[in-house]
Design a protein around this ligand. Structure first.
Ligand code: ABF
Length: 235
């Protein structure tokens, strides 16, 4: 009797989109390398192509972790200023709004460098499993704000005045706040998001906020689900 196929895990779905995304990379491209577990799978898949096919590319990492992994995988790296133009950025997300393809990112605390690299790429592609696609942003996921440590109390006060529910992100197991690759703190905030682009600007207008995790721009989302073919969401 044929064996019943076991259900795919979340990691299987992430791998499926990571493999699909690695096929988008062509010779001589400069690639923005996202952070997080799905992006890590993409980096590994891309590393295999670099070694096996002698693919000639450069990567621009969005975090220290992405930089370390990409170098271990044999992907040549350049800094953003050396890169000049980024052809394609591939990154993960915590939530994708189905109708608009707006995102919440930064669950891993890297959204500032991610946004700089993702937004300046000619094409920005997001990789998620289907559990991350939601009808409206921010109902179950807080928006992370990267904040200058010097200004954390004034940012908290402003967020409270805006009737939001902010909390300083602390590191599991260790005492004290999470510190980003840029030496800043993270404040997570539950806030109503009617229009992503408007809220993105509003949160960045708070003095002391370096960048927030609402991404109102993205070109394409690859969604891993149980069907064989990866679903592609485009605007
Ligand atoms: C990064 O990784 C973040 O912006 C986002 O928070 C996270 C998604 O992580 P994962 O792929 O591990 O679910 O892209």
């Amino acid at each position: 009797m044929a064996k019943k196929k076991s259900a795919e895990t979340q990691d299987d779905l992430k791998l499926k989109v990571a493999q699909e995304a690695s096929k988008l990379v062509k010779d001589e491209m400069v690639i923005g390398l996202g952070s997080g577990s799905t992006s890590n799978m993409f980096i590994k898949e891309l590393g295999k192509r670099v070694l096996e096919e002698e693919l000639y590319i450069y990567g621009v990492p969005t975090s220290f972790d992405a930089k370390m992994l990409a170098s271990q995988c044999g992907i040549p790296l350049v800094s953003l200023d050396q890169a000049g133009q980024i052809d394609l950025a591939v990154d993960g997300a915590d939530e994708v709004e189905e109708g608009t393809l707006s995102l919440i990112k930064g669950g891993g605390g890297c959204h500032t460098m991610e946004k700089v690299i993702d937004y300046c790429a000619k094409e920005f592609v997001v990789l998620v499993d289907e559990s991350k696609v939601v009808p409206s942003l921010g109902e179950n996921t807080p928006v992370p704000l990267e904040v200058l440590p010097f200004a954390y109390s004034t940012v908290l006060n402003t967020l409270l005045e805006m009737n939001t529910a902010p909390s300083i992100r602390v590191s599991g197991g260790k005492m004290g706040p999470v510190i980003t690759d840029n030496g800043n703190m993270i404040i997570d905030v539950f806030t109503k998001i009617d229009e992503a682009a408007v809220k993105e600007k509003e949160l960045n207008n708070i003095v002391g906020v370096v960048e927030n995790g609402i991404f109102s721009k993205c070109d394409k989302v690859l969604v891993g689900n149980s069907s064989k073919k990866v679903k592609v969401l485009k605007k």
